[in-house]
Design a protein around this ligand. Structure first.
Ligand code: PDD
Length: 284
């Protein structure tokens, strides 16, 4: 049974309830973060915090997210995950509870703050080496995708389409450009060089994306942040996804078409090995 955090209290998950007037429930009016914890250490929390702060400011929710750090550590401890090799922590802040009305409550109300921690199971290396598959879906999200908003219906529909197609990921395509996955960022390899969509209002600026770009620099792999068209994606030597819990996930087939030679490529493998080294050995 898991222990969650809700508005100042640590509770058994089934005892944690929010009001039907919560604007997260009524409008999807809130932001969230998912942060990995390797060996109990929050991975790149300062970067997550910066993104969360930007999202709160964009939505004009008055909440100081710094105080989430000790809460996340406590969630790991209370759920016996303080030394788990891999875990994740979720935190969400909504505008709070108010009678339903589109405009913000005035005066403002206390934000609702919720958090939980989960162990996650990294796929076995043999499974990883088989590679994963994806489909493409039209990007029907709003034009503020850089905000990590809890309103994720297009992402859920995209991931459901992937699930029904029997594949692990869905790639959003807007105006012919392959932007990112339903819950991860997208990289292609062309002639030993990485390409990934530049940061814009059409993608979530992933913390793992930035980390993998740093790893690539350390390995001497050139990176170009540029738009990749769908036709180009189909013709890539390699494709892979990055994200919290996704880590580095190689994609060997998109829309049923083999990518490169249809096998996991050396660049994804090098980056994943480097990722594993940087985040600690598995099975600790
Ligand atoms: N998703 N793009 C989208 C649309 C995402 O939802 C995510 C993260 C990412 C990767 O960002 P990061 O590397 O910071 O995790 C990219 C989280 C994990 C989720 O919704 O569960």
């Amino acid at each position: 049974m898991s222990v969650v955090y809700l508005n100042g209290e640590y509770l058994q998950a089934e005892r944690a309830t929010v009001s039907v007037g919560d604007r997260g429930f009524l409008f999807g009016d809130g932001v969230y973060e998912v942060t990995a914890a390797y060996g109990g250490r929050l991975f790149r929390w300062p970067e997550h915090l910066r993104r969360l702060r930007r999202g709160l400011a964009a939505l004009r929710i008055d909440f100081a997210p710094d105080r989430l750090e000790p809460i996340q550590r406590e969630l790991l401890v209370r759920n016996g995950l303080e030394s788990a090799s891999v875990a994740s922590v979720y935190v969400q802040v909504t505008r709070g509870v108010a009678p339903r009305s589109h405009a913000f409550p005035s005066p403002p109300v206390e934000p609702t703050v919720y958090g939980f921690a989960n162990r996650y199971v990294r796929p076995a290396r043999e499974r990883w080496e088989e590679g994963f598959e994806a489909i493409t879906v039209p990007d029907q999200r709003w034009a503020l995708a850089e905000i990590k908003a809890i309103a994720l219906l297009p992402n859920c529909l995209a991931q459901q389409a992937a699930t029904e197609a029997g594949v692990s990921d869905a790639i959003f395509v807007r105006d012919g450009i392959a932007l990112e996955g339903s819950h991860n960022n997208l990289f292609c390899v062309f002639g030993g060089e990485l390409a990934t969509a530049p940061k814009s209002n059409y993608i979530l600026p992933g913390i793992t994306r930035d980390f993998v770009i740093e790893l690539a620099a350390g390995l001497g792999i050139p990176v170009r942040e540029r738009s990749v068209g769908l036709g180009e994606l189909y013709g890539a030597d390699e494709v892979f996804f990055t994200g919290t819990t996704t880590e580095v996930r190689p994609c060997i087939r998109v829309d049923g078409r083999p990518i490169g030679n249809g096998q996991v490529g050396p660049v994804a493998r090098k980056l994943f090995d480097s990722f594993l080294t940087a985040t600690g050995p598995p099975g600790r």
